[in-house]
Design a protein around this ligand. Structure first.
Ligand code: BG6
Length: 470
């Protein structure tokens, strides 16, 4: 089976992770520009000041993407490039940069798929309380409107937010992302609600503009499965899915928060501070949501929590590793002997992907989906000067096959974006962990080089996935 002609083969990046040019051409500072410079916060003190200098090399990068046959490029806009203080005066040079990037994509027939918020918040807003402050919601809606007006004639796919669960939980539970607060579930839930409210307001504004494009948001997709068939572990998996999936997907797709979670939060005093008007708006916006983006790396294997578990964060392996307890100590994620893992202990499970997608279809029906991230973080081997990322080829091959399988089972998937188009800065893991089809040589002035996966993906796209192995 080939993928349909209107299925998009793409790859993704995020502004902070690729652009660099952190203070060039009037860009304002962000939460990450500050946080990454606090000693001990990132692996080897890496930061996005230069990253892979995509800001100055976007033409070369887009040309390589075109050579690969990429049909779509998902990138994010840095809010502080457009509005250096988060609101107020517009920085025209920021608008110019994204206009040029969009036009460069279109020159090669590459569909620009734009994320409005991939975690880099203008520092001025971080100082006002970031997403805990409802004024940030208003500032975001204004920023989004500026983007729609400036780019919406050529950009027909907008993603409002990337992975709310990550910036909320790492920001307020583990403390690994800005603002670095630990163990504060009250704030965590408040942030999630404020973001869903911002999403709802934004899509209502977008639809008023009649730009005839589509808008949605991207969530982490990490379906939870019990480690065995026992009742208590099945309960743990149900609980994990309610808190990590339903809490995030229901307000967007159904316009309502899940009863199960609401009841628990009421009991524990963790319910966000919300108004009837906000809840009504979330309900009204749900039918206007055009698609859901799923970022799939791995499922969760969970079991009932027993005894205390230490939360493990080390700087060379600071995200996504099993062994973490849920904030409410009901379940914990575990590593299983019969599963395969990456060098960073992320499970490799195309089967979990298919099973999770079916679970999603059962819960939400045939909603339109894009896989907006999927990929392998690895230390790629270099053999005689060539980047031989065969493990990445196998990973993407198997996950694209999973997408094919899910489509054949009636899941409505319209595109697949590999993470990432080019090697980039991992928020906490530096440059050691690579994801791209294009290698960046940090020893040779950020020279670009095609990896084995570049040639492989080019062929897969050209043949519309007919030749996937196995
Ligand atoms: C996703 C993010 O959560 O995971 C990306 O949207 C990130 O921005 C990717 O880079 C991989 O995470 P990590 O920690 O391996 O860099």
């Amino acid at each position: 089976m080939k993928f349909a002609n209107d299925f998009l083969f793409g790859a993704a990046t995020a502004s902070y992770q690729v652009e660099g040019a952190w203070d060039q051409d009037g860009k304002g500072p962000t939460n990450w520009d500050e946080f990454s410079k606090i000693p001990g916060k990132t692996f080897q003190g890496t930061n996005g000041d230069v990253a892979v200098d995509h800001y100055n090399r976007y033409k070369e990068d887009v040309k390589l993407m075109a050579e690969m046959g990429l049909e779509s490029y998902r990138f994010s806009i840095s809010w502080a490039r457009i509005l250096p203080n988060g609101r107020g005066e517009i920085n025209q040079k920021g608008i110019d940069f994204y206009n040029n990037l969009i036009d460069e994509c279109l020159k090669y027939g590459i569909v620009p798929f734009v994320t409005l918020y991939h975690w880099d918040l203008p520092l001025a807003l971080e100082k006002e309380g970031a997403w805990l402050n409802k004024n940030t919601v208003d500032a975001y809606v204004e920023y989004a409107k500026i983007c729609f007006n400036a780019f919406g004639d050529r950009v027909k796919n907008f993603i409002t937010f990337n992975e709310t669960v990550v910036f909320a939980s790492l920001g307020y539970l583990s403390g690994a992302h800005p603002p670095g607060i630990q163990n504060n579930p009250k704030k965590y839930f408040q942030v999630t609600h404020n973001v869903f409210y911002a999403h709802a307001k934004t899509i209502i504004e977008y639809k008023k503009l009649n730009q005839y494009g589509e808008i949605g948001l991207s969530h982490v997709f990490a379906p939870a499965f019990a480690v065995d068939d026992s009742e208590e572990n099945n309960f743990a998996a149900m609980h994990a899915n309610q808190f990590n999936m339903n809490w995030f997907y229901d307000p967007i797709l159904k316009g309502k928060y899940p009863e199960y979670v609401v009841q628990q939060l009421e009991k524990t005093g963790l319910l966000p501070d919300w108004t009837a008007d906000e809840l009504l708006l979330i309900e009204q916006a749900a039918p206007l949501n055009d698609f859901m983006g799923l970022n799939y790396y791995q499922p969760m294997r969970v079991e009932k929590m027993e005894g205390a578990v230490e939360h493990v964060i080390t700087l060379d392996n600071s995200t996504g590793r099993p062994g973490n307890p849920s904030f409410d100590q009901v379940y914990k994620t575990v590593k299983m002997d019969d599963k395969k893992y990456t060098k960073w202990d992320w499970e490799i499970s195309p089967e979990g992907f298919v099973a999770g997608l079916e679970m999603l279809k059962d819960n939400y029906g045939q909603i339109k989906l894009y896989i907006t991230e999927n990929g392998l973080g690895d230390e790629d081997p270099i053999i005689e000067g060539e980047v031989c990322d065969i493990a990445r080829i196998n990973f993407i091959n198997d996950h694209l096959k999973a997408v094919k399988e899910a489509i054949s089972r009636g899941v409505h998937i319209k595109g697949y974006y590999a993470w990432s188009a080019i090697d980039l800065l991992s928020w906490l893991n530096g440059y050691k962990k690579q994801y791209g089809f294009i290698y960046v040589d940090h020893q040779k002035g950020l020279e670009r080089k095609k990896k084995a996966s570049f040639h492989w993906f080019k062929n897969i796209i050209a043949t519309r996935g007919e030749n996937l192995e196995g």
